[in-house]
Ligand binder design. Structure first.
Ligand code: GTP
Ligand code: MG
Length: 195
């Protein structure tokens, strides 16, 4: 999709604040600093519309980005940031769980995993959670520009062998620097929102 029109409609923390125009939504989840906001910026062809940061924990609300008056990309706060308190982590958990499990508009979830490392325990828990709730999932290996090309196959096979529901059709290597993988991610989104 060539994107001309984007708007941050709302930063929500509870269901009453979610948009109510019925557009399909695609959420992005992953550990803090994995590149969720950067993936959004790449998808919408903007350098820094969604706020990114070298500091983990930048995104703390569910940010609904309306794209082309037809869908939302939803930037979800990252997990696994050690410096947040237990109380905040629980609040985060409830907010995310409510959104992911009770939102009819949600048509698919992009689960980001740092391609430089094997999926973490939290990455695998998130994938299992999404699978359990029968949400369509695209796993995206991020920051692939930091991995030598000779290792790309290994990165993919390492990620795929950790779960029984990921395969080469729902796994994409991606870089916000080189933009590799961008078209594959859009193709998947288009399929999900047309269903
Ligand atoms: P939180 O909002 O804290 O959960 O983080 P996030 O997942 O939104 O990550 P963000 O997009 O802010 O990126 C974190 C850092 O990684 C920033 O310094 C980005 O510039 C960098 N980064 C993101 N994607 C890539 C990529 O594909 N390649 C490289 N080399 N750096 C990236
Ligand atoms: Mg972010």
């Amino acid at each position: 999709m060539k994107v001309h029109n984007v708007e941050l409609t709302i930063s929500a923390v509870k269901p009453e604040q979610y948009p109510n125009n019925g557009f399909p939504e695609i959420a992005l989840v992953g550990r803090s600093n994995v590149g969720k906001s950067s993936l959004i910026n790449t998808l919408i062809d903007r350098r820094s519309y969604a706020r990114t940061s070298g500091q983990p924990g930048k995104t703390q609300t569910l940010n609904f980005y309306k794209v082309e008056e037809k869908m939302y990309l939803v930037d979800v706060p990252g997990y696994g940031y050690a410096k947040v308190s237990k109380k905040e982590r629980e609040k985060w958990g409830r907010m995310i769980e409510t959104y992911l499990t009770q939102r009819p508009n949600l048509k698919g979830v992009i689960s980001l995993i740092d391609a430089r490392h094997e999926p973490t325990e939290l990455d695998l828990q998130m994938l299992e959670f999404l699978h359990y709730y029968q949400l369509p999932v695209l796993a995206v290996g991020t920051k692939i520009d930091k991995v030598p090309r000779s290792k790309w196959n290994k990165v993919a096979s390492n990620a795929l062998r950790k779960t029984d529901f990921l395969n080469s059709d729902n796994y994409v290597l991606f870089s916000a620097v080189s933009k590799i993988g961008k078209d594959s991610v859009w193709d998947w989104i288009d399929q999900m929102i047309e269903k």
